[in-house]
Structure formats: structure tokens, C-alpha cells
Design a protein around this ligand. Structure first.
Ligand code: MLT
Length: 404
């Protein structure tokens, strides 16, 4: 008789954004005339930039001609894309990352969930609290997190690093030594960031204790302040302790196109074993590469026109962030984020719990956001709004919230 992976049964509830989608769909079905504004999941709304559309069309034409047709992509991704990434995202920022240290994938969500596979199940993970739920849930599935305490909403074998208003939503080095440290900056969900000096402390710490940092830089395009690092490889010593995850979803609107990459430097080793070779083995065995068409679209992100057009797109969303931030502040809310990230993190009014505020906002304002407690216990009493809506909807949502 077959047996299931019982770790899945330990997971409380369904995936955060699936739960929200179900609730919102049920509400919409009961109130078909309501115009619901969705500022919950960080999904983009603006069309792909013209340079990307042109690249997609051209690549489709290539696929229709036997002379330029492409089958399976190379294991690590096409050289043209890995070179463009290495140049633009790393060399140009003074980071020493080579094209063959970049693994192209279909997005950072999968990579952030899959990367734990190359580590022993005995490793102890440390996460920020609140945190993007994929990091914890995928470690639960792997059996790495111990038992769940529904009262505290925490796992016995996970080190939580609270990110609260008191510490400026920046985690402190943990008392207990972790093996794997998940960091995401600019942060999802709080929208906070840390400075290069603060990140350097994490790199030094990881090298000192022999930990690996899994650094999620999906929101780096939204950085507006000078002292905020775009990549962990801007820090000295990161090549021996850090893996970086990047996405094309937020900087180029690829949430529905799907493209991302993971950087595993060849200097990152456990004894004599390089993590690069393990991830290459995993990638080669379990993955057949992002589509050629999509990788060509990714290349266009780094073209001169692409860069110019995407700068405008990021500015468009960041203008929404301003509308949300200032609108809520004027209305008396306590807000943070929204300066180097497309997320605004607000304190729920009158001590309401996060899910109560979710229901209140959905029912009274027909606006959807994400309850802070869905990201971890320290998110209780907070709420996240995304700047990825259209400008018109964002303005309307804030007007509605102001009137509540
Ligand atoms: C979010 O809303 O936190 C993100 O959009 C989720 C994701 O990128 O997978």
C-alpha cells in the first residue's frame, strides 16, 4: 500500500494567496454587482513593454522556421540571456558573478521553494517574521520544520527573526545558530529594506557560522535609495555564503510569462562539494528550461529600449505606492514601506486583527489586501497593500478606504 508524504498533512490551511482568492471569489459570487479592487497578491497589471512584445513576436517567428527553430533549452539557460544578466545585474554593479553561475528558470517562486532540496533535512532554517510563506511551507513539505503550534502559529524547528516596528522591520542576528537563512530585501511583505552595511553584517555572520543565505532580491528594481544593495554580491564574502534568487515578474511584468534565475557562485562549498554542482544536477534532472521565446523576451529586458520602458513601468507602480502611502497616512493610518518596494505595510486600525480587517475592507470597501498574519505571527495586526494595481483603481481604493 502506498504511503503519502505526511509532511503535507502538517501544513495548516491552504496557501495564503489561494485562501484569499477563494474568499474574494465567494464574495464576488454573492455580490455580482460589486466592483472589487484587488490589491492583495503582488500581481502586475500593466501590459508588457513594447521592446518585450517585439522580442516575443520575433522569437515566435523564429520558432516557425526550421532554420531558426529551437527545441530544448540548454540546462542552465541560453548563453545570450545569462550573459545579459551577468553584465547588467552583476558586472555593472561591481559584482563578480559569471554567466555560468546563473541558472535560468521559470520564476523565483519555484526556485525559492526548490532550493531547499539540495540541503540536508537536518538543517535548521531561520526566517524573518513576517515572511513570504513559500520559504516556510516548502521546508514543511520537506520535513525540516518540526511540529506546528497552532497557538503561536510557529514551527518548533524554525528560527523566527521578528521584524517589527521596533526594529524598523529589519531582522536581528538570531541567538540560535541557523544553517540556512532566508532573507528578502526589499522585503515582501513589509516593504522595508536594509542598508549595504547591514547586509554585510549578515554575510560576515553567515561566513563565520557556516550558514548559507538564500537571498531573494525579487524586488530590487524598486530600490530608490542609494545605500540599499541591489544584490547580496555587492557585499564582500558573499560568494562563499550566498545564493541569490531573482525574478522578471516584478521588474518586467512577467508574472504570467514566467522567468527568473538563481545565482549559485562556484565558491559556495560544503567541504569539497560545490552547491553549484548540486543545483546543476537538480536543474538538469528535473527541469527542461524556460521557453526560448520567453528567454528572448528576458533578453529584451536588458536592451536600451527595454530598460527605458521598464524604468517608466516601475515609476508607474511606485507612483501608486505614493498614493497609497500618503493617502493612508493622511487618513490616520500608521504606514511603512512603499519607498524601495511596491508594498505598503499598515497597522490595522483600532487593534483589529489582520483577518478581521481583511473582511472589513472587503465587505465595506470592496478592496482586497493581504492580512499580515498570513505571513507569520509578527504580521498580526498588520495588513499589506500592493502598488501593482492600475493607477485609477489605486486612487479609487484609497478613496474608499478613507471613507470607512
Ligand atoms: C506576493 O503577493 O507576495 C507575491 O506576488 C507572491 C509571489 O510573487 O509569488
Amino acid at each position: 500500500m502506498f504511503k503519502i508524504n505526511e509532511n503535507y498533512l502538517k501544513l495548516p490551511g491552504s496557501y495564503l494567496f489561494s485562501t484569499i482568492a477563494k474568499k474574494v471569489n465567494a464574495y464576488q459570487a454573492e455580490h455580482p454587482d460589486c466592483k472589487i479592487i484587488r490589491l492583495g497578491i503582488g500581481d502586475v497589471t500593466q501590459p508588457l513593454a513594447p521592446a518585450i512584445i517585439t522580442a516575443l513576436h520575433d522569437a515566435v517567428e523564429e520558432m516557425g522556421d526550421a532554420r531558426t527553430f529551437h527545441g530544448y533549452a540548454p540546462d542552465l539557460g541560453y548563453e545570450f540571456l545569462r550573459k545579459a544578466i551577468a553584465q547588467n545585474d552583476y558586472s555593472d554593479r561591481g559584482c563578480d558573478i559569471q554567466p555560468d553561475e546563473i541558472f535560468v528558470s521559470d520564476g523565483a517562486k519555484c526556485d525559492s521553494g526548490n532550493i531547499q532540496e539540495i540541503f540536508s533535512v537536518d538543517n535548521k532554517i531561520a526566517v524573518c517574521d513576517p515572511v513570504y510563506p513559500v520559504y516556510v511551507d516548502t521546508n514543511v513539505m520537506a520535513g525540516r520544520t518540526g511540529t506546528y503550534d497552532p497557538k503561536t502559529e510557529t514551527w518548533s524547528d524554525v528560527i523566527y527573526m521578528p521584524c517589527t516596528a521596533e526594529n524598523g522591520f529589519a531582522p536581528q542576528l538570531p541567538d540560535e545558530t541557523p544553517d540556512l537563512i532566508y532573507l528578502c530585501f526589499p522585503n515582501n511583505p513589509t516593504g522595508a529594506t536594509i542598508t549595504k552595511a547591514q547586509l554585510q553584517e549578515w554575510v560576515d555572520y553567515a561566513n563565520r557560522v557556516g550558514a548559507v543565505i538564500i537571498y531573494d532580491a525579487a524586488y530590487e528594481a524598486y530600490i530608490s535609495e542609494a545605500d540599499v544593495p541591489h544584490s547580496i554580491y555587492e557585499c564582500e564574502g558573499a560568494r562563499t555564503c550566498a545564493i541569490e534568487l531573482r525574478s522578471f515578474s516584478k521588474n518586467a511584468g512577467f508574472t504570467g510569462v514566467r522567468l527568473g534565475f538563481t545565482v549559485v557562485p562556484k565558491d559556495l562549498k560544503c567541504g569539497e562539494v560545490s552547491l553549484h554542482s548540486l543545483w546543476a544536477r537538480r536543474h538538469g534532472t528535473k527541469y527542461n528550461g524556460a521557453p526560448y521565446i520567453v528567454q528572448k523576451a528576458g533578453e529584451a529586458v536588458y536592451s536600451a529600449e527595454g530598460k527605458e520602458q521598464l524604468k517608466k513601468q516601475v515609476a508607474y507602480y511606485m507612483n501608486n505606492a505614493k498614493v497609497i502611502y500618503h493617502g493612508l497616512k493622511d487618513a490616520g493610518y500608521t504606514v511603512s514601506g512603499g519607498v524601495n518596494a511596491p508594498y505598503i505595510w499598515l497597522k490595522t486600525p483600532d487593534g483589529m486583527d489582520s483577518w478581521a480587517f481583511f473582511d472589513f475592507l472587503l465587505e465595506k470597501g470592496n478592496v482586497v489586501g493581504t492580512p499580515g498574519s498570513g505571513f507569520g505571527p509578527s504580521g498580526e495586526g498588520y495588513f499589506r497593500l500592493t502598488a501593482f494595481g492600475s493607477y485609477e483603481n489605486t486612487v479609487e481604493a484609497i478613496e474608499r478606504i478613507k471613507k470607512l
